[in-house]
Design a protein around this ligand. Sequence first.
Ligand code: PLP
Length: 436
Amino acid sequence: MDAYHTGEWSNDAIASGRQKYLSPSLATFTAYQRPLVLKRGEGQYVWDSEGNRYLDCLAQNLCISVGYAHKAVNEAVMAQMAQIQHVTTMYYHDKPVAFAERLLGKFPEEDWVIHFVNSGAEAIDIATLVARLYTGNHDILTLRSAYHGMHFGTMSATGLALCHQPLPASPGFVQVANPDQYRGIFGKGVEPYVAEIANTVDTATPGRIAGMIIEPIQGYGGVIPMPAGYMKHAAQTVRAAGGLLIADEVQTGFGRTGKGFWGFEAHDVTPDIVVMSKGIGNGFPLAATVMRRDIAASMAERKFFNTYGSNPMACAAGLAVLDVIESEGLQDNAARVGALFEAGMRRVAEKYAAIGDVRGSGLMLGLEFVSDRAEKAPDDAKADAVQEGLRERGVIVGRSGRFKNVLRINPPLCVDENDAAFFENALDDTLTSLTH
Ligand SMILES: Cc1ncc(COP(=O)(O)O)c(C=O)c1O
């Protein structure tokens, strides 16, 4: 019998079994040269099959918000599972209602409603559908380097070639220059990027649009924060063209940026639609599209059903996540400990010219590697080597960006000052070993 059947956790057996039985499409996104087989998680740490502990600064792509195996979340889910594990949306249940009420309490005063689904791409899909129905327009603007998912529609919304299958894209998505303050095509500043939105509406659309999707900090695009003023002015331009502002808070929501419960709160703007996932369920498949009631109503003319949306176990997890973020002060922790991580990264950046930029907010941080600081030549080989070196020193980070040269540091929100110091030492040590 194969080792993965006996529970012996042979890494080779798992790797060859994955290659044999799982689709080759999964092999397009693996983290390390040598497979990392994870066995257990607790708080901000994971243990691999050989018993090595890692500080997880990727948190399963930011899904683990309040910490692995959090007792309150696990107990809430287990209690719900013991009662009834699934109730589809054609029946009624208390958990989606209770969770929606609590979640909407995190929004500025408006008549909001929630549509629960299972993944970020689905939630983006609902947002684009409803924006089109409500406005009567079709085109949706997105930004270069944006990441909104990889399903057929969302693939077209995503601004990274790596994520586009070579097929005619889903129609009605138009890309706009990204206000990247480090390597954006108009350099620093906000005005030229806002003007580019109006130019795009005037040239690439019928002059009326359904909306624009913006991540307050682009995540997989390379941790690129929207500069102050951009979202607000983008919203004005988009609304003038008949469209809606859609905030993609899949990564920035749930207190991660430390500046607000939602990323948009730092931008003096209230979106018309907000998409969320990942941290919402601490790893449970759960996502949501929050929108004003009048906008959502435009989807009510026809039937809509998806089998697992509003699953009560997922909603129980979501409720518990909100409790934990509040009771453990995790948004403040993200601000406080995130500042320690960032300060450590800046100290290391002073020592090594390979780090071209340190950026982000709270516990959504990025380190951009370059082979020449003045030229800003992307150095994905260095980013790769640092990611591997950090693994050897017990730290997991992600790699992202158009040039794959940005390391993402997005640990669970429960990290502390010891973790920040551990990370700084590991980064420093890795860069020393690569330099000498
Ligand atoms: C900002 C953002 N939007 C949407 C998505 C798509 O989410 P999912 O992978 O659950 O489809 C992601 C996933 O990484 C994301 O980071």
